[in-house]
Design a protein around this ligand. Structure first.
Ligand code: ARG
Length: 587
């Protein structure tokens, strides 16, 4: 694979070299290069540096300028203001660098792999067994999937973990009910659709709940069942497994609807750590990290107090001996660090669980399970809001089922596709409608930074104007249609041609794909990639307005513009793919 150095990196290198030649005592100083409106780049680092070294900034800047050779790469450097540098590249460098990206057959557009990949364990897409998936589960799945793709693209070794809620007291009730009504989940697993699986579970859950609330004796039997489950009684476990299997049929159907690949082997739910729980508690208690308080095993923190001023503990084991969410998460950390050899552990979980993770991480640090060399990070996401700005609910005030929401998005999107469709068959409209609808939901989620709340507004999401996936998908499809019309399979670049301003802007932005991907991956920030892609499509629109492609003046110019179109399309395609969004060839 041929990796290509970004234009900004090349410029940076030259400026940094000239800077340390002009000011040797500053060591390897950063010229702070930015894209700029006035020139292609502006370097803002000289001012602060001159101040620090007691040099005259304008003089230093002038010295740096004379140390930078103009030629193939740099057309012009000039000092501006109190000591900024404005840098303009040659047209040739822009086209040639993009041509090198274009020549990379791996589909990576010359983006290099990181030099020292580590192992990241990412905990995302973690629904709960025997429960409906709702809009909150959307965020974890969509953000997690994009981060997985981004990290893998940079070369990181990624281990996915779906920490599903498959353990706990409610299973006592469910299993006991099934024991007493044995045929309720009888069928061959592969005969059941996701929807049926969910309605089976839902029916069973409601019936069990009703009995549990009404019948004291059933309640007692259900409670005994929890003890059997935790003790590993084979018959109880076999029944529990039925619930897990039935739920997985349902989960997989929803993930498929989300156009997301979730692998069975990566599903390691709360139950997967059951054998470690007792030991986790023992280690915490022996080391003094946790103490007994009113029978429960607790960890206290100096800086975490409730409204009454009393410390709020992390409860690892309840006074009745039951293990909770914290014990499972602490055991999972031990597994992830010591068995999976994680350098980083990321949790894509609702911001409302932040206190839990803060306490869990701190406990694991105190216990020595998380060393200084291991990063633990909650990629906390905000709440999905309705148009009224309150947490998203149905008109009846219930939480919104994820499937219903996706179905509605697909309906809306299909209507948009149908309206614009020129030569699409009904079948194609349905397929594109799904890709556009699911893409719209994912993009809306990914284009705001994860920690913020956002409003779920389908009208806006499937709008053709503005920062939406449909806009990006149409830009992509339009380029494909131009390329088809031109009959161009691999249009040649012509670095000798002069570029229009709009071509330069598009070219420079396309070249910065590598830097954007690196930044989005290292910061776990898919929204930065989304913003990049939106800008790419906008710059393409301007280019297309200003620069005739098929009617350009010369054959070389036609080819070069087709080449620019194709680079843009490939970048859009790769970028959208990293966000988990399809780019149909025709729309
Ligand atoms: N199942 C949980 C929920 O639906 C999310 C699990 C998050 N992951 C974890 N390791 N605690 O809220």
């Amino acid at each position: 694979m041929a990796s290509v150095t970004s234009l900004s990196d090349s410029v940076h290198q030259r400026l940094a070299a000239a800077l340390s030649a002009a000011l040797p005592q500053a060591g390897s100083a950063d010229p702070l290069l930015r894209r700029s409106d006035r020139a292609d780049f502006q370097a803002n680092g000289i001012l602060a540096l001159a101040k620090k070294e007691k040099a005259n900034p304008r003089e230093l800047a002038t010295q740096v300028v004379s140390g930078v050779e103009s030629g193939e790469l740099i057309k012009d450097v000039e000092v501006s203001g109190p000591g900024f540098l404005n840098i303009t590249l040659t047209d040739r460098a822009i086209t040639a660098n993009l041509a090198a990206r274009y020549a990379d057959d791996s589909g990576r557009l010359g983006v290099p792999h990181t030099e020292q990949p580590g192992t990241t364990v990412i905990d995302y897409a973690q629904p709960n067994v025997a429960k409906e998936m709702h809009v909150g589960h959307l965020r974890s799945a969509v953000i997690g999937d994009a981060v997985v793709k981004l990290l893998e693209f940079t070369g990181e070794n990624v281990v996915r973990r779906h920490h599903i809620g498959d353990w706990g007291t409610q299973f006592g009730m469910l299993i006991q009910y099934l024991e007493e009504h044995p045929h309720e989940l009888d069928h061959k697993a592969d005969e059941v659709s996701g929807e049926e699986a969910m309605s089976n579970l839902d029916r069973l859950y409601k019936a069990a709940r009703k009995l549990f609330d009404a019948d004291e004796e059933f309640k007692t039997r259900a409670r005994r069942r929890v003890v059997d489950l935790q003790a590993g009684d084979p018959r109880t476990l076999a029944m529990w497994q039925k619930f897990v299997d039935e739920s997985k049929i349902y989960f997989f159907s929803v993930f498929e609807k989300l156009d997301m690949e979730i692998r069975d082997a990566d599903i390691v739910g709360e139950s997967g750590y059951n054998d470690m729980l007792a030991e986790t508690c023992r280690l915490l208690e022996e080391s003094g990290v946790a103490v007994r308080s009113e029978g429960a095993l607790c960890v206290f923190f100096d800086d975490i107090k409730g409204p009454d001023g009393n410390p709020v503990p992390l409860i690892v084991q309840k006074s009745d001996g039951g293990y909770g969410y914290a014990a499972t998460d602490l055991s999972a950390i031990r597994d992830r660090v010591f068995n999976l050899k994680a350098d980083s552990i990321i949790y894509v979980v609702d911001a409302r669980q932040s206190l839990h993770f803060k306490m869990v991480f701190e406990t694991a640090r105190k216990a020595g399970w998380l060393g200084d060399d291991v990063k633990a990070h909650q990629l906390a996401f905000g709440t999905v809001l309705g148009k009224d700005g309150k947490p998203f609910k149905t008109r009846e005030g219930e939480t919104v089922r994820l499937v219903d929401l996706l179905d509605e998005a697909i309906d809306r999107a299909s209507a948009v596709v149908r309206e614009k469709a020129q030569d699409l068959s009904e079948e194609e409209i349905a397929e594109r409608g799904t890709q556009v609808g699911v893409g719209a939901v994912k993009y809306a989620d990914l284009s705001t930074s994860a920690n913020r709340d956002y409003k779920f507004d389908l009208d806006q999401m499937v709008s053709l104007n503005g920062d939406t996936s449909v806009y990006l998908q149409y830009a992509y499809a339009r380029i494909q249609s131009i390329l088809r019309k031109a009959g161009a399979s691999r249009p040649a670049a012509h670095p000798e041609l002069e570029l229009h301003e709009a071509e330069r802007a598009l070219g420079l932005h396309a070249d910065s794909f590598a830097a954007t991907v690196t930044e989005a991956a290292t910061e776990y920030a898919p929204h930065k990639l989304a913003a990049y892609l939106y800008q790419l499509a906008s710059l393409y629109t301007t280019f297309y307005d200003k620069c005739p492609v098929l009617k350009a003046e010369t054959q070389e110019q036609i080819e070069n513009r087709l080449f620019l179109c194709d680079v843009t399309a490939r970048t859009l395609h790769r970028g959208m793919d990293l966000l988990g969004i399809r780019t149909p060839e025709r729309l």
